[in-house]
Ligand binder design. Structure first.
Ligand SMILES: Cc1cc2nc3c(=O)[nH]c(=O)nc-3n(C[C@H](O)[C@H](O)[C@H](O)COP(=O)(O)OP(=O)(O)OC[C@H]3O[C@@H](n4cnc5c(N)ncnc54)[C@H](O)[C@@H]3O)c2cc1C
Length: 434
């Protein structure tokens, strides 16, 4: 049963962004409630790295030590082509963040955030779905459905999660951190247009004979941007962009939704992911295809692969919400933006948005600050994301930069492991002017 009385802010979604927003609010003394449709915390590791800026934010929130336990620290990034390294930049001495980038599992981050939130007296209400929201003058009316197990079927019995009890909660403010298909965003009818075509990636996590090193490799090819992450232990993750593959069903659905005027609906994401240890009968996930991609795009890679422990194909849409909220409902994280996987920008910018938005909300709720701060939040992150997505494509190579940088400046910006604070500095170190 939902028992928080009178939350000042209700956070919809307990992914990394919602949990971090809630933690920052609770630490400022704001009465906060968090709900999530999930039955329990996630057990996946989609977004696997924390930018130096995120590590600094976690330090400020007092939980960097727990999160960084067992992480792989990455100190530099190299931009490569098939012949080898073309440009390099350090990541551990960026202005205001003297920490390296940290590679760790997304579920490890979420567990640490949930524990820190609990220590602040806030428990995540799992199995609670935000099913409707109405903005009023003083508060948002939120209808919550509690998911319950129900046995169905006669000959073959099975159980399903269905909405049992529904309840109404009123909160002066709502944070929509409810992911790509955000109910909060849809309740505000905020458009969520594409800023570029979907990108497809084949992802392989490999066990290696030796250490994966402390450098992130971005490999630029003919229309492709691949990435190699060193992982904790003797392992690496290779993500190869696929140019000759598309999920026909997803693309047709997207076109149909657009034609019907539903531009704000991204296509179902979880279905696009084929997870598991084997190649699932997909040629593009076979050992042979992996070795072919390595030989063609990164022949210089000398890591001795002992086995592929996980492989998948993912479709990444590129979208940006037309605003980050209005009135009493505000968005952060994947509910407001989607991008490709190379720079892990969506989760990391989401963490920075969560910190920023919770500061603005706490000022309004606790000190009666004017709501203009919230409008400014939206404008700030719109501008940041237009830069990260290179809407209008203003990036160019600095004089004297290598040819690979000249011909790929704009697309490289969306692949760098940086967001608001460091994107310009890091791009500059690689010869790119934004
Ligand atoms: C299938 C998939 C694959 C991905 N692969 C990668 C990758 O390879 N690399 C990468 O960098 N990023 C990847 N991402 C994105 C990355 O996981 C996100 O950027 C990151 O999780 C930060 O997201 P978030 O907290 O904003 O949203 P999420 O992590 O999506 O969390 C949103 C939460 O909201 C909850 N929710 C949704 N609707 C409701 C509702 N109506 N009521 C209550 N709760 C609700 C969900 O259960 C979820 O827990 C992937 C995401 C998905 C879904």
């Amino acid at each position: 049963m939902f028992d928080e009385s009178n939350p000042q802010v209700l956070v919809a979604g307990a992914g990394p962004v919602g949990l971090f927003a809630a933690l920052n609010l609770a630490r400022r003394g704001v009465r906060t409630a968090v709900v999530d449709t999930g039955v329990w915390p996630c057990k996946h590791s989609y977004a696997l790295a924390l930018h130096p800026e995120s590590v600094s934010l976690l330090e400020q929130a007092g939980i960097a030590k727990q999160v960084l336990e067992g992480a792989r620290l990455v100190r530099s990034v190299a931009v490569c082509d098939a012949s080898g390294t073309v440009a390099e930049a350090r990541l551990d001495d960026l202005p205001g963040s003297d920490t390296p980038l940290a590679v760790t599992r997304q579920d490890h981050l979420e567990s640490a955030l949930e524990a820190a939130l609990k220590a602040q007296g806030v428990e995540v209400r799992w199995r609670h779905e935000v099913s409707a929201l109405t903005q009023g003058d003083e508060a948002v009316k939120v209808v919550l459905g509690r998911l319950e197990k129900e046995s169905r079927g006669y000959i073959v019995a099975h159980t399903e999660w269905v909405i049992g009890k529904t309840m109404e909660v009123e909160a002066p403010f709502v944070v929509g951190a409810d992911g790509y298909n955000s109910r909060v965003r849809r309740a505000m009818q905020i458009d969520f247009p594409e800023v570029g075509g979907a990108e497809y990636y084949a992802v392989f996590e490999c066990q290696c004979a030796g250490d994966g090193g402390d450098q992130l490799k971005l490999v630029v090819g003919d229309g492709t941007a691949d990435v190699m992450w060193p992982l904790p232990g003797n392992a690496v993750r290779w993500s190869f962009q696929l140019t000759d593959y598309a999920d026909e069903e997803a693309e047709i659905l997207k076109d149909k939704l657009l034609a019907a005027g539903f531009g704000y609906f991204p296509t179902e994401r979880a279905k696009d992911r084929v997870a598991g240890g084997g190649d699932q009968g997909m040629e593009m996930l076979s050992d042979e295809h992996f070795r072919k991609l390595l030989a063609e795009r990164a022949p210089w890679f000398k890591g001795e692969i002992e086995g592929i422990r996980w492989r998948t194909v993912v479709r990444f849409e590129r979208r940006l919400a037309q605003s980050f909220g209005q009135g009493r409902m505000w968005l952060a994280g994947d509910s407001a933006h989607l991008t490709g996987p190379a720079g892990i920008q969506s989760m990391n910018a989401g963490l920075a948005e969560a910190a920023d938005l919770s500061g603005e909300l706490a000022a309004v709720v606790m000190q009666g600050a004017p709501a203009a701060g919230l409008e400014a939040y939206s404008a700030r992150w719109q501008a940041t994301w237009r830069k990260l997505h290179q809407v209008g494509g203003a990036a160019s190579a600095k004089p004297g930069a290598p040819e690979l940088i000249h011909s790929n400046a704009a697309r490289l910006v969306s692949c760098l492991p940086a967001n608001a604070k460091h994107i310009g500095v890091l791009a500059g170190r690689l010869g790119i002017r934004i």
